[in-house]
Design a protein around this ligand. Structure first.
Ligand SMILES: O=C(O)CCC(=O)C(=O)O
Length: 285
């Protein structure tokens, strides 16, 4: 398979395809049936078109802005590489320039009531409970901001979430990715390889990020998951997924929460190393 150069356009063109859309979509949480759960287990994801109201989406965006502009303190802010080194002290010419310099917020649910409400949204927890067959336990919160430019709106390379230490449990975890802006083919919506979770854990490598080796990604099977604001995708912690760089002029903000089945335990360091790293096999990427 192709090995892309470290150039956003080459990455976009060689690691993603834009002519296949994910088909497992339902209109709202009320449409979850036994069949939805069965297909979720088979494909590794389900998109639910409308879960949050316009007011919930607006309140979420306002909270994100409050954190970025220092009106709420406590959550962690991760800046785009090369920006914000001195964090709070850095000068930005405009509010928008500051907003476009942030890549990620996390650990905000205890500081932002509107985001706490979404994280523990009864509709979301009820769908997860059906998928897990037991109550979900919240693991971590993130806001993933993809500003509109090749250097700031960078790719999140293909990966499995359980390959990240925080999400490496002994049972399958689930991610819930919620669009706050419209997530489109152009501004970096989610992409998935349906059924890839069924092949189990795959070693990850530090390449452009902590990621699957580009050569093991089954790019021909890539399906994009565009979503309107308030729509979301629930996906298996072992599903291969990623988002291409945002080369458009539209920003793309999303929330992402992870949950584990209540009875799941954290993997030991040894188990984690065996399944998610090359320490045992020494295989190179
Ligand atoms: O929202 C994004 O761009 C990437 C989300 C994702 O897959 C992650 O951060 O694990």
């Amino acid at each position: 398979m192709l090995k892309p150069a470290d150039n956003p356009l080459d990455i976009r063109n060689s690691m993603y395809r834009f002519d296949q859309l994910a088909k497992h979509r339902i209109p709202s949480p009320e449409h979850v049936t036994e069949e939805t759960i069965k297909t979720y287990r088979e494909l590794g994801y389900v998109a639910i078109e409308q879960v949050l109201t316009e007011a919930e989406v607006k309140a979420a965006i306002d909270s994100i802005d409050d954190v970025i502009h220092g009106r709420i303190v406590g959550p962690k802010i991760q800046y785009v590489r090369g920006r914000g080194e001195v964090k709070d002290k850095i000068e930005f010419d405009t509010e928008q320039e500051r907003e476009f310099s942030v890549r990620k917020l996390h650990k905000f649910v205890d500081h932002c009531p509107a985001l706490h409400h979404i994280c523990f949204h009864p509709s979301i927890l009820s769908v997860l409970e059906k998928m897990f067959g037991e109550a979900p336990r919240f693991c971590e919160d993130q806001a993933l901001l993809k500003p509109p430019s090749a250097d700031a709106g960078i790719e999140k390379p293909w990966h499995q979430d359980m390959a990240y230490g925080n999400f490496s449990y002994t049972k399958m975890v689930a991610g819930v990715w919620i669009a706050l802006d419209e997530a489109t083919l152009d501004n970096g919506c989610m992409h998935v390889i349906p059924r890839s979770h069924r092949n189990g854990p795959v070693p990850h490598y530090a390449v452009r990020d902590w990621q699957l080796c580009d050569t093991v990604v089954d790019v021909p099977k890539d399906e994009a998951v565009p979503l309107k604001p308030g729509g979301l995708m629930i996906f298996s912690g072992l599903l291969h997924h990623g988002t291409p760089p945002n080369l458009s002029d539209q920003r793309r903000r999303a929330l992402q929460f992870h949950y584990a089945p209540e009875s799941a335990k954290k993997m030991s360091a040894e188990e984690y190393k065996i399944v998610f790293t090359n320490e045992m096999t020494k295989a190179e990427c």
